[in-house]
Design a protein around this ligand. Structure first.
Ligand code: SAM
Length: 309
């Protein structure tokens, strides 16, 4: 009896020691980060190089909006023909830095190829190819491809078909089994949905019935709200900042809430004006961001100081 008790006490002590060693190691691997600002680290340089300095298995969410294919911007142009190779390098380098329960979320827009006398300006399929490569070449698991519909699309001047009014959000998981904080991203039910639920008994599925329930039932609305949809609708940013492609905060916020908890690290390798970082910090997450240009790093630090006031 006594030896059994001694055995149990020993097991508890070993578990306690292992837990503490793990905690110390966790703090230790992050010791070169978040030194200048609490929970926020922004560095200037090429993110393809800087990614290598991140601790292994530290990032919960890689979220970013890279230069779009062929888009001529003051900050950088990634040509269509190089696009998949550049991305391949990013994904190969970031994968070891991601936690096993991590996610990669990329906001990107398809471009149109140049018109010539022989061929109209075709809509390029680079972004679709990228999504396929993320899955087939890099063994990432597609959670969804979501659509961000912009209510104030910028006129492109290209009169080929319709005006571009949406962008893609490629949402991938590192592991085949993932957990999403659905309750954090639920939306309000429409009043028409609530009254349909109230007044309808959904009938068991039959050949002639379009309703998809396996037995007759009344559906009760979830008190936390309706399931999220895979479409975001809203304006592109009208903030006047010193960056030409500043994102509206509601886009990163959805994915930060859906995939991370307080204290987790969100990483954006294309920091720009710092939207991802500021939203992550406001939600109690840690943030690491990189950008090629010192003026964007300085601007982000100014915004950070402003919100900390
Ligand atoms: C589309 S913008 C990101 C905008 C950002 N999401 C925001 O809300 O402001 C892309 C950013 O990537 C940066 N960038 C491009 N290539 C880079 C590289 N190799 N390393 C680091 N930053 C890079 C550009 O300087 C630019 O600020």
């Amino acid at each position: 009896m006594i030896s059994c008790n001694v055995y149990s006490v020993n097991i508890v002590i070993i578990i306690f020691i292992c837990y503490n060693i793990r905690q110390i190691r966790k703090e230790d691997i992050m010791k070169n980060w978040f030194k200048d600002y609490d929970n926020f680290d922004i560095r200037q340089g090429d993110s393809l190089d800087l990614i290598q300095t991140l601790p292994d298995k530290s990032i919960k969410l890689f979220y970013g909006s890279p230069p779009y294919p062929n888009a001529k911007r003051s900050y950088k142009t990634w040509k269509s023909e190089d696009y998949l190779n550049i991305f391949s390098e990013y994904i190969t380098k970031i994968k070891p830095k991601m936690r096993d329960d991590g996610f990669i979320v990329i906001n990107v827009k398809a471009n149109r190829d140049k018109e010539t006398t022989k061929i109209n300006s075709q809509r390029s399929l680079i972004v679709e190819k990228l999504a396929i490569e993320l899955n087939e070449k890099h063994q990432l698991y597609c959670v969804d491809i979501e659509i961000w519909v912009k209510t104030n699309p910028v006129p492109t001047g290209i009169r080929v078909a319709a005006q571009d009014a949406y962008e893609y959000i490629l949402w991938f998981s590192i592991s085949p089994k993932w957990t999403i904080n659905l309750d954090e991203i639920r939306r309000e039910y429409k009043s028409s949905t609530l009254s349909t639920y109230k007044n309808t008994t959904y009938k068991k599925r039959s050949e002639n019935s379009p309703q998809y329930v396996s037995r007759d039932k009344i559906i009760k609305p979830n008190p936390k709200g309706a399931l999220p949809v895979n479409v975001l609708i809203g304006a592109s940013s009208t903030k006047s900042v010193n960056h030409p492609a500043c994102q509206p905060g509601y886009v990163p916020v959805k994915y930060i809430l859906a995939t991370t908890s307080e204290g987790d690290i969100v990483f954006d390798p294309w920091n720009g004006s710092g939207t991802t970082g500021i939203e992550a910090l406001t939600l109690g997450r840690k943030y690491i961001g990189f950008d090629l240009y010192p003026q964007y790093v300085d601007f982000t630090i100014e915004t950070l100081k402003e919100i900390k006031k």
